[in-house]
Design a protein around this ligand. Structure first.
Ligand code: 2M8
Length: 422
């Protein structure tokens, strides 16, 4: 079987017909950026199925525009924490389907553009562009942090949950009275490869505080965790460009999305740290965020760095052997935490392992910044890794050992997307 056929077989096995689960048992509902990345990968091989994926995710959209991070389509499965944690049925503007009360990085407009470029369908773009526009407007209305030009995440689940960059911000969250809950992940994956119970108590404490205000604090700064996450802002900037492109395709005025993309880019550019040769995040309640994670490189994805900055990002960080790049002792890249960081942990979830979606964003960023040879090299390395280790959730960077859930949907779909590129 070819690698593409194997990838399609994984997606077929995870497909419920309505949506593709991130993986069979660990994540049995519909997750937001997972589905967008599945649609992007299906674009070239089954565009109609890709459109179904987009439509099923949008069934969970809230009246105010938010597209939630999990949509709990009815299913007979065991998953905890499930819909009862969120209580969306008693929130204003929530859809009839139970959902979470948070969102995730908005890759959906980018995915719809990829689908439309592979198999143009004007009616489909006309159908979904207003929903995408409403979601993007929601970010700027509900999550804008005054004076920063950026939007905030209010929970680590809105980005890379247990990434060390959130450690300090999470450590301030009061877990008094929040007890340990039963988690279905613990029966499936080794504890050393997943967030700890203390992490989970903190996640639940943040959810409880947001739930008390219907997930809509008066201002982002009123939430216990408020973080100016570079990946989410970079993904939103690129998605605004892609939405503007889609709107132009169907004769809708793209000026709001264009202006939003430009504004985000200017704000992202201002986070450049000349001394470090990388970008810097902010934890709104605690000043500087923790550095040394792949988030420091993400504005590359939105085409933010100039030529000199892009070169520094690549030479001093992304491909540097002692940081995120391949080295003789750790040939698989990019790591999600710098190998020089004290927080680097090669087996633990978002704390060091290689992730296929991160590589996909970085390959696109390298291309966007004109670094074609480097983009090709990272694409080749990523395809080598999946060919050798399968479509896992994440990978140990020294051995390439598959970790987390096996048969993971976005690892399969992004392999298809990589293979479809000329
Ligand atoms: C992971 O998140 C879930 C909670 O939402 C978990 O930790 O159980 C993250 O990797 C998230 O980014 C991803 O969308 C989700 C499904 O793959 O799993």
């Amino acid at each position: 079987m070819s690698l593409a056929d194997e990838a399609r077989a994984v997606l077929a096995r995870n497909d419920t017909g309505l949506f593709v689960k991130p993986s069979q048992r660990l994540y049995p509902f519909q997750w937001n950026w997972d589905s967008a990345l599945v649609a992007a990968g299906l674009a070239a091989v089954d565009p109609e199925r890709a459109r179904t994926e987009v439509r099923s995710l949008l069934l969970g959209q809230w009246a105010d525009g938010m597209v939630p991070h999990i949509v709990f389509h009815p299913q007979d499965v065991e998953y905890r924490p499930g819909p009862e944690l969120w209580g969306s049925d008693s929130c204003d503007g929530a859809p009839a389907l139970p959902t979470s009360g948070l969102t995730q990085p908005p890759v959906l407009a980018t995915a719809v553009r990829i689908v439309h470029e592979a198999a143009p369908d004007q009616a489909f773009v006309e159908e979904v562009a207003p929903a995408l526009d409403a979601w993007h407007r929601w970010f700027h209305r509900e999550r804008a942090v005054e004076g920063s030009g950026l939007v905030a995440i209010l929970h680590p689940w809105e980005s890379a949950d247990n990434a060390p960059r959130f450690d300090r911000a999470l450590a301030r969250v009061d877990v008094e009275g929040v007890s340990r809950i039963e988690r279905t992940d613990q029966a499936q994956i080794a504890a050393a490869e997943r967030p700890t119970d203390l992490d989970y108590r903190r996640y639940l404490a943040v959810v409880a505080s947001l739930r008390a205000c219907g997930y809509r604090p008066a201002a982002p700064a009123d939430a216990p965790f408020t973080y100016l996450d570079l990946p989410l802002n970079s993904i939103l900037a690129a998605a605004e460009d892609d939405l503007a492109w889609l709107q132009s395709e169907v004769g809708v005025d793209p000026s709001r999305a264009e202006a939003a993309a430009a504004g985000l880019r200017t704000a992202l550019a201002a986070t450049w740290d000349e001394e470090a040769g990388a970008y810097r995040e902010r934890d709104l309640h605690g000043g500087e965020g923790v550095t040394g994670t792949v988030a420091d490189l993400f504005p590359l994805y939105a085409g933010v760095p100039d030529e000199r900055q892009a070169r520094r990002l690549v030479d001093e960080h992304l491909l540097a052997s002692d940081r995120f790049g391949p080295s003789p002792s750790a040939p698989w890249a990019v790591t999600t935490v710098s190998k020089s960081s004290p927080a680097f942990d090669p087996r633990n979830y978002w704390r060091g392992p290689v992730w296929i979606n991160v590589n996909w964003f970085l390959v696109r960023g390298l291309e966007r910044c004109g670094l074609r040879a480097e983009a090709n090299e990272l694409r080749r390395l990523t395809l080598d890794l999946v060919a050798r280790s399968g479509f896992s959730e994440y990978y140990e960077p020294t051995t390439g050992e598959p970790l987390g859930s096996r048969e993971f949907s976005w690892s399969a779909s992004l392999t298809l997307e990589f293979l479809s590129e000329p």
